[in-house]
Design a protein around this ligand. Structure first.
Ligand code: ADP
Length: 498
């Protein structure tokens, strides 16, 4: 069977068939019972008539009332009628011999009664002869009564037996229907519900990023078609995403190149101007002025070199030296590298960093914290707080994704992540600048001090580690950078990829 439709129809047909059989069995059962009850009525009639015969006979002999004789004859007719009507039943219950006996008993009784009645209206006989005739009739009546009673008892036994057979048949039919229902339900669960719930599980896993494509949970036509088209759609989406990424990268490169050209142009034209002045010197220029031009050239050369160095840091794709390191240790090692360059009145608080293990390139990741701390210091913060906690992505993912950078899709595939926050009590970031902060060459530092590549580099490094970073202003004042990184259990995937 290769389609869900045929499986559902089979199961439905099975249940319906079982129900129809059950109804047929119930009807047959009722008919069987009814036949026996109807047949039993003739036996009952004969038994009741024989009892009445005995009663009327007693009255007749006691009161000699002709009405009793009349009654007696009526009952005899009833008995004869019942016997004629139920000959087949009587033969089945009592057998031909007994039936004959019964008929004879009835005839004998009838004859004796007629004989008794014919003698002078009960007066043409001597007392002794009358008593003898009465005794004869009584004996025949007694025999008739015994015979009918015996047959009535057997009929009752047969009826009891019939009822019990009917009840058993009904029970067997019910049990069969329940069994067929159960089998059909099991069939549905195994062949229809289970593949569907497996498909549902796979979709969940797909949403969580644990699997890349759907596997076939069964060979049903509908499921095959769904999985095939769904996987094809996923493939298309991924291809489109890759294309988009390629376009974005090309666009970013364009921005970078024009930024570099612009940034380098400034120091170069300053150098050129100073060199021009020196070259045009006819020996009359003051020494201190010449020194000033030379130091200007030196400063601008240094600035150009700084830009190039930063740029190289950013664009080169170093071979990652991934290692397992605790989050606390990582932050502390970064702080050790920078703390000498910080103002003495700047306090660095490293608080509550739960020691989740991260698989990172330590040097690259240290650079992230160095840049963030340096930026906060430049902005004029007096305190910097670094905190970290382990959590699930679902629980701690960014609420506001406006100022989010990095690989937020990559990290959403990990269940457990480390969230590290770098807060400061500086002036914060003007809302208009928030969205531009990670752009290359965006800087607010005047006089060629800043390169605008610090946060760009931060984003690149976080991206390489499949993490993401968000920036916001703290309600209490100052800036907050939040970094999400995948925790160790899921990180080996990155190692393979790097
Ligand atoms: P640079 O430090 O060379 O200017 P960055 O990319 O590191 O380049 O930073 C870009 C800009 O972001 C800075 O010029 C500054 O205006 C802003 N910025 C970064 N960090 C902070 C902070 N903690 N507080 C206020 N402004 C910040």
């Amino acid at each position: 069977m290769t389609s869900l439709r045929s499986k559902i129809l089979t199961s439905y047909g099975l249940s319906k068939g079982a129900l129809l059989i059950f109804v047929a069995v119930v009807i047959a059962d009722l008919h069987y019972l009814q036949t026996h009850i109807v047949e039993g009525e003739a036996v009952d009639d004969l038994y009741v008539a024989s009892q009445k015969i005995r009663r009327d006979e007693k009255n007749l002999f006691l009161y000699h009332d002709p009405r009793d004789l009349e009654q007696l004859r009526v009952q005899l007719e009833v008995a004869q009628g019942a016997l004629d009507e139920g000959t087949r039943v009587f033969a089945a219950i009592a057998g031909p011999q007994e039936l004959e006996e019964l008929e004879q008993a009835l005839n004998r009784y009838s004859a004796q009664l007629n004989d008794y009645a014919n003698h002078h209206e009960y007066t043409g006989l001597s007392d002794a002869a009358r008593s003898a005739k009465q005794e004869q009739i009584r004996n025949s009546g007694h025999a008739l009564s015994l015979l009918t009673q015996d047959i009535a008892q057997r009929q009752r036994a047969i009826l009891t037996e019939t009822t019990s057979v009917a009840a058993k048949t009904l029970m067997v039919a019910s049990a069969t229907v329940i069994l067929i229902g159960f089998v059909s339900a099991m069939f549905m669960v195994r062949r229809v519900v289970r593949p569907l719930s497996q498909l549902e599980n796979q979709l969940d896993q797909l949403a969580e990023g644990k699997v890349e494509t759907l596997a076939l949970p069964s060979n049903d036509k509908e499921i095959q078609s769904f999985v095939f088209h769904f996987n094809a759609m996923l493939e298309q989406i991924r291809e489109q995403q890759n294309q988009m990424r390629r376009h974005e990268r090309a666009a970013a490169l364009g921005v970078l190149v024009s930024g570099v050209a612009h940034e380098l142009n400034n120091p170069l034209s300053n150098i050129s101007t100073s060199v021009q002045l020196i070259m045009e010197d006819d020996g009359t220029t003051r020494e201190d002025l010449k020194k000033q031009w030379l130091s200007h050239i030196d400063g601008e050369t240094e600035r150009a070199r700084r830009i190039v160095r930063r740029l190289l840091d950013t664009v080169k794709h170093p071979t990652h030296q991934m290692q397992l390191i605790g989050a606390q240790q990582l932050v502390q090692s970064a702080v050790l590298l920078i703390h000498r360059q910080l103002r003495p009145d700047l306090f660095l608080h490293i608080e509550d960093i739960s020691d989740g293990m991260l698989l990172v390139d330590r040097d690259r990741m240290q650079q992230v914290f160095i840049n963030l701390i340096r930026n906060a210091a430049h902005a004029g913060a007096n305190n910097i707080w670094i905190t970290g906690k382990q959590s699930t992505w679902k629980e701690c993912k960014p609420v506001n994704t406006n100022n989010l950078a990095g690989d937020s899709i990559g990290i959403s595939r990990f269940t457990h992540v480390m969230l590290i926050k770098v807060d400061d009590d500086g002036p914060g970031i003007p809302p208009d600048n928030l969205a531009k902060l990670f752009d290359p060459f965006f800087t607010t530092q005047a006089g060629g001090e800043g390169t605008g590549l610090g946060l760009y580099l931060v984003e690149e490094i976080i991206n390489e580690h499949r993490g993401c970073i968000a920036v916001e202003n703290r309600p209490e004042g100052g800036a907050r950078f939040s970094i999400w990184l995948p925790l160790e259990e899921a990180a080996p995937r990155e190692q393979e990829e790097s």
